[in-house]
Design a protein around this ligand. Sequence first.
Ligand SMILES: Cc1cc2nc3c(=O)[nH]c(=O)nc-3n(C[C@H](O)[C@H](O)[C@H](O)COP(=O)(O)OP(=O)(O)OC[C@H]3O[C@@H](n4cnc5c(N)ncnc54)[C@H](O)[C@@H]3O)c2cc1C
Length: 393
Amino acid sequence: MSDDLMFDVVVVGAGPAGLAFTRSLAGAGLSVALIEGQHEAALRDPAFDGREIALTHHSMRLLKSLGVWDRIPAAEISDLREARVLDGGSAFALTFGADGADRLGVLIPNHLIRRALFETVQGQAGIALMAGRRVTACGVGEGERRAWLDLDDGTTIRARLLVAADSRFSGVRDQLGVGVEMDRLGRSMMVCRMRHDQPHGHVATEWFDHGQTVALLPVADAEERVSSVVLTLAAPAIAGLMGLSPQAFADEMERRLKGRLTGLELVGTRHAYPLATTWSRRFAGEGFALIGDAAVGMHPVTAHGFNLGLRGQETLAKVIRSAKSGDICSGRLLARYEREHRLASWPLYRGTNALVRLFTDETPPARLARGAALRAGQATAPFKAVVKRMLTA
Ligand SMILES: Cc1cc2nc3c(=O)[nH]c(=O)nc-3n(C[C@H](O)[C@H](O)[C@H](O)COP(=O)(O)OP(=O)(O)OC[C@H]3O[C@@H](n4cnc5c(N)ncnc54)[C@H](O)[C@@H]3O)c2cc1C
């Protein structure tokens, strides 16, 4: 008799997408294995990773329906009341307000969302959490439980459906032979919290300065004097900043912010993320599906990756819940997920990449074009409405 472990669904990766998907299958009567390389303690109490996630209204509703929202401390949720886009040294700003609503969206530290997601999955009926284990090989063959995975502890798992949620550098995607369009941008994004003199007023700023991109995101803080500072530069320049003492770093950031914020002081740790965008050539096939960053790895500048990941897992869970249990691996069924999620992702992925190209191109025509684009954007109500819908839907 085979010692292989048998499940209906096996999910690789307990990041936000894998956890949310597992949660979305609660009550569907399916046995689910969730495999994660990190140890359980790191999932139970994830460390601060610098990311402040801007959630759309749709994501907020979804987190509420999954029982995640109430587990996030209210004092850590920062309202986003206005967003401004600035270009170089120009004083002009393209602005988006809440227009009657109480807020554009919210910002929440990534590690707190992950902790809340893990709490909802823990103890869920039918779930086997396998933390501290990595997938070494996997594939999809024939038969009822056609997906197979070998883990680094010697275990073999068989399942009807294999779901890859193992990041934009997905090893499962490679093992399945699914191609990916990847752009390693040669740039890194550094994120940290900084205290400053001026109250942030819950306004987020995206500043495409010449030679650097800076985002200032309002953090929940009684005095409104702490922001998340997100700086994008060539990878070696970011490595240099990471090595500075806290005081030298604060001085350097004050110089870079050119008076936008003063009295800067580093609060906590700095984190650097090398930037790469990825678009998988397929999101699904017979016996497998890709979700989260494993399907689409967005550039973080438009703050859509997490939100898209939530949306994609919701679509896949709906498709699976609509199937008879034996059918959950059918390529025809999973093609519905692939179609719907590609349609939702494609404009955001291409649009974000085009925006990044325009706003990081330092040639004189590009500089002219982006100044004109911001002014036209401010004056064109339909354009603003479309961008705002993208930010908040
Ligand atoms: C600086 C920054 C700011 C961002 N801000 C925003 C924002 O404001 N809004 C927004 O929507 N998005 C934002 N994003 C994007 C968002 O963080 C990602 O889209 C999201 O984390 C992707 O989740 P995921 O679960 O798909 O993948 P990941 O978070 O990468 O998780 C993948 C998991 O898989 C595990 N894993 C990998 N390989 C294996 C293996 N072989 N075996 C077992 N386990 C494995 C990993 O340990 C990890 O836990 C930001 C990203 C960055 C870098």
